[in-house]
Write a protein that binds this ligand. Structure first.
Ligand SMILES: *Cc1c(COP(=O)(O)O)cnc(C)c1O
Length: 293
């Protein structure tokens, strides 16, 4: 246990969603579950989705699609990866699950939700079930409700990291009466609140926007040291893009007496550990300390 918690009389539990499946990381399992069921029922043979080079969503979709018997296509941001993807652990893994890649420039990647772009994709790849970037849609939110169960009713506060907000929306919907939900965005931007509101109708939640560490997938030395120290003290590995930032934020707020004594917090470990290898190779190039494996 961390001395800070007993000193401040705050209880913190981590729900280990990172351990629910060996390859389909944490919340991505929840988000894919009803999407793949729907794709199966609707008779699709192929699923197509989008992501960056180190995307947990790409890795999870590739494995889940393979397991369910689908062909999978990944539209990957960054044309330069065409001849570099073999040294990228995430893409290597996705490829080993049979995912077929199409690498696109950052400019066309931004167009990925337009009708024109989708028409081109249908022409190139035929009929497919589309899973949006990050996997967030109504069926994903439905799956994420299952993160919170009856046994979680004793907590005052539920915390989760936020990317697109789909996971948080599910937690907001499933929170028990009287529970508050706090999201920790892993990226900068004000659009998140609106995105979350489009899926979540309750007002039991808020965002802590000070813990993005400069933006999506940006890390610095203090964050790496925090992740290593946390693992050393608790035995629990955290990922640098999402859960590391959330836990850093929660403990910083504890330190600042943001939570009243006796607050019982349940933080969701949403997974993402597959991304550590890729992040470490980036840290190495920048001569920064590595995340302990
Ligand atoms: C994708 C991801 C998130 C963010 O989930 P959203 O539903 O997009 O907000 C959080 N944690 C991990 C580990 C993830 O892989």
């Amino acid at each position: 246990m961390l001395p800070l918690l007993s000193e401040k009389k705050v209880t913190l539990y981590l729900k280990r969603e990172d351990e629910i499946h060996p390859f389909i990381s944490g919340n991505k399992y929840r988000k894919l579950k009803y999407n793949l069921t729907a794709a199966l029922h609707e008779g699709f043979k192929t699923v197509l989705t989008f992501g960056g080079a180190y995307s947990n969503h790409i890795a999870a979709t590739a494995y889940a699609a393979w397991e369910a018997g689908f062909k999978s296509i990944g539209i990957i941001r960054g044309e330069e990866l065409v001849d570099r993807w073999k040294t990228n652990p995430t893409l290597q893994f996705a490829h080993s699950c049979g995912m077929q890649f199409q690498f696109v420039s950052r400019t066309s990647y931004r167009e990925k939700t337009t009708q024109l772009f989708l028409n081109d994709l249908r022409e190139a790849h035929g009929h497919f079930y589309l899973i949006p970037e990050g996997g967030t849609n109504a069926l994903a939110v439905q799956g994420c409700r299952e993160i919170i169960t009856a046994t979680d009713a004793g907590f005052d506060l539920l915390c989760s990291s936020v990317g697109t907000g789909g996971t948080l929306a599910g937690i907001i919907a499933a929170a028990h009466q009287g529970q508050r939900v706090i999201g920790f965005p892993a990226l900068k931007g004000d659009f998140l609140k609106e995105d979350i509101r489009s899926f979540a109708t309750r007002d039991n939640w808020s965002l802590q926007t000070d813990y993005h560490f400069g933006g999506y997938a940006k890390v610095d030395e203090p964050l790496v040291r925090f992740i290593n120290d946390f693992k050393h003290k608790t035995g629990i590995p955290l990922d640098p893009v999402y859960t590391g930032k959330m836990l850093f934020g929660i403990l910083d707020l504890v330190k600042k007496d943001f939570f009243v004594p006796k607050t019982r917090i349940l933080a969701i470990h949403t997974g993402g550990l597959q991304g550590i290898a890729g992040m470490n190779s980036k840290l190495k190039k920048k001569k920064l300390p590595q995340i302990d494996l």
